[in-house]
Design a protein around this ligand. Structure first.
Ligand code: NAG
Ligand code: NAG
Ligand code: NAG
Length: 422
């Protein structure tokens, strides 16, 4: 019974690997047309008749020139999720029917792809190079892949795309380009110039602060665009792009991924938080509030200067020591009261402001405080003048002086003016 079962199992196993003398245990399928294996350390010899070869999730590190050279009818190759860092110029030669080549999740660099690895694949439609270690691309890589419809380069380390990154004429039927999750900071207005059939473009999760609208605006067939999760600097220089995106989003057959919620990483005007909020009117903060602050600052200095001048003038004019001292005392009294009042006001304002601490609010508060102190200063000056006028230079000041001085004597150090008077 047990031996029968064993024989049955063996025969099933033998059948599944029948025409394949060396099908490893980790293979799910080894047939004349398809080989599907995982966890391999190197590429195994597949039958010449193979159409589909999937050797994924292993530790394959290189594709030797001879490894796949007999597979003249092959249409699909996937070597995804391995550790391939080296390719040979002839790794994918003699594959005139290859339509899909998946090399994503490997250790490929620009150096591995240079030298014409992909140059002789006239029917290749799908090329996946995502999640490798590619930091630069140039148009030479795609010289021989004129049938490419889908190109995936997501999850690499590409930092910039200029006019020479992709061929101008070689990718005329490309419909989908995935460049998401790279480090792209710079786009040239001609970066995608050759993509006259492009429908889908993904540039999300990059580091774009801005982009020329021409990079997208001539892509006539573009219907799906993703620019989300970049470092958009929502200042005036982004206005052209915003204008393009606003009209793009309004067309019923076009999709801007996450359109109205695309977040600004920085903005000259902190009130602008999403890219499509940006307008000519709000791309810089209004100058009005800044002007008010600068003006009031200037006038406060002027006011202080005028006050000092007025006091000096009054003092000089009065001449008499007693009268001068009286004025000083009156002034001190009122300014002390004023100080208390201002302090109270300031505390009120602080309490009001404590919940809202935007820079604009702070500006408003500054202006309010300054205006109040200006008013106080003005009223003090008026008071001094009034006192002086009502005294009329009479004889009473001396009496007042005697009465007042003992009361007022405190530990407070004398002001320069007081010292001078004494
Ligand atoms: C490739 O396919 C053609 C047409 O189906 C067939 O005649 C030929 O034998 C195949 N070549 C190999 C090596 O299997
Ligand atoms: C954003 O752009 C403006 C205007 O070009 C520039 O002054 C500002 O420094 C930029 N901000 C950042 C964070 O790069
Ligand atoms: C850009 C900005 O914050 N402008 C403010 C200037 O101050 C007025 C009120 O004085 C506000 O209404 C504006 O929003």
């Amino acid at each position: 019974m047990t031996s029968t079962l064993l024989m049955l199992l063996l025969s099933i196993k033998a059948q599944s690997v029948s025409c394949f003398p060396s099908c490893p245990a980790s293979c799910m399928l080894c047939s004349e047309e398809a080989v599907i294996c995982q966890r391999l350390t190197s590429i195994i010899a597949a039958p010449q008749t193979t159409l589909v070869l999937l050797l994924t999730e292993g530790s394959i590190s290189t594709v030797q020139p001879a490894a796949l050279s007999d597979l003249s009818n092959i249409t699909v190759i996937s070597l995804s999720h391995n550790r391939i860092s080296a390719l040979d110029q002839n790794s994918f030669r003699n594959m005139p029917l290859l339509q899909t080549l998946l090399l994503d999740h490997n250790w490929l660099t620009l150096q591995a792809l240079e030298g014409g690895v992909l140059t002789n694949l006239p029917l290749l439609e799908v090329l996946a190079l995502g999640n490798n270690r590619i930091h630069t691309i140039n148009s030479d890589l795609f010289k021989g892949t004129t049938s490419l419809r889908i190109l995936r380069l997501e999850g690499n380390q590409i930092t910039r795309l200029d006019s020479g990154s992709f061929p101008l004429t070689g990718l005329r039927v490309l419909e989908s380009l995935d460049l998401s999750d790279n480090f792209i900071e710079n786009l040239d207005k001609n970066s995608f110039r050759g993509f006259i059939s492009l429908k889908t473009l993904d540039l999300s999760r990059n580091r774009l602060q801005s982009a020329p609208q021409e990079a997208f605006s001539y892509l006539t067939w573009l219907d799906t665009l993703n620019l989300d999760l970049n470092s958009w600097n929502c200042s005036c220089q982004l206005l052209d792009l915003v204008a393009f995106l606003s009209s793009f989003i309004q067309q019923p057959d076009k999709t801007l991924y996450n359109g109205r919620r695309m977040v600004c990483a920085s903005a000259d005007n902190p009130a602008v938080t999403t890219v499509l909020e940006l307008t000519e009117a709000n791309c810089v903060p209004s100058n009005q509030n800044i002007t008010v602050r600068v003006d009031s600052k200037g006038s406060i200095t002027a006011q202080l200067y005028t006050r000092d001048l007025a006091i000096t003038g009054v003092v000089c004019f009065a001449g008499g020591v007693g009268l001068t001292l009286l004025i000083v005392l009156i002034y001190n009294k009122t300014s002390k009261k004023k100080k208390q009042r201002t302090q109270l006001n300031r505390e009120d304002i602080k309490e009001e402001a404590s919940s809202t601490v935007t820079p604009q609010n702070r500006n408003h508060i500054d202006v309010a405080e300054k205006r109040k102190s200006m008013e106080n200063t003005a009223s003090t000056a008026a008071l001094i003048q009034q006192e002086y006028m009502s005294e009329g230079g009479g004889s009473s000041p001396k009496r007042k002086l005697r009465l007042v001085i003992p009361e007022k004597a405190t530990n407070r150090p004398l002001t320069a003016l007081e010292r001078k008077i004494r």
